[in-house]
Ligand binder design. Sequence first.
Ligand code: HEC
Ligand code: HEC
Ligand code: HEC
Length: 144
Amino acid sequence: MAKATVMAILAIGLIAGAWVSAKAAEIRRYVVEGSRAAGLSSCVEPTERMRRMHMEFIKHQRIVTVHQGVRDTKYSLAGCIDCHISYDAQHKPRPINQPDQFCGACHRYASVKLDCFDCHASVPNRPGATRSASAGGSTDGGGR
Ligand code: HEC
Ligand code: HEC
Ligand code: HEC
């Protein structure tokens, strides 16, 4: 009897603890102020799923695009950048891999190094996205 009660209390404690740490995990957010994402409530998949799985989605997208020529925009790298980019006071996009920007900040925290932006633009390259004539040279300081 007493043992069952203790177990029940322990179980409740565990559940409460998990809830608290889930809440605490929620506080560390990387979505950047001023980005389109900052005004939306969900990523292209439920956010929790994106946190754990985005690398798989992107890699799969790369294979599908490069080898099969399919350009679905849902998981495209260009799409991630478009929605998660933020802009400086001159309306110039801040390279997404900078250590204080979306991909860069979390990867720095997680000690993940990417070579993607050796080839891929770290700013939106669709027409209409503001870009300086000097092609990002000056703001690129501590990028990698
Ligand atoms: C050596 C150069 C190079 C590197 C490094 C590179 N890519 Fe690519 N990637 C390309 C080229 C070229 C294409 C084809 C361009 C196209 O068809 O749009 C491409 C296409 C893609 C696509 C499909 C197009 C899109 O915008 O979704 C994805 C996704 C992608 N790469 C992801 C990555 C990721 C993630 C990394 C880092 C882990 C990476 N790439 C590293 C050259 C590179
Ligand atoms: C149309 C806009 C949009 C696109 C496109 C988009 N995202 Fe998101 N993303 C969001 C929003 C909005 C959130 C925050 C949702 C929330 O608060 O729950 C988010 C959250 C995330 C998170 C979790 C961030 C955190 O602080 O925990 C990751 C990781 C992420 N996105 C990666 C990606 C990747 C990788 C791509 C490209 C494959 C991508 N996103 C494309 C809107 C977008
Ligand atoms: C909330 C944190 C977070 C954000 C935001 C985030 N990532 Fe990641 N990313 C990670 C973690 C953690 C890993 C390593 C996972 C592992 O090692 O299993 C990772 C790994 C990756 C990988 C695989 C690297 C490899 O060498 O296999 C790619 C590609 C990637 N992220 C792309 C992106 C892009 C592009 C963005 C921005 C659009 C982004 N990530 C934003 C946390 C994040």
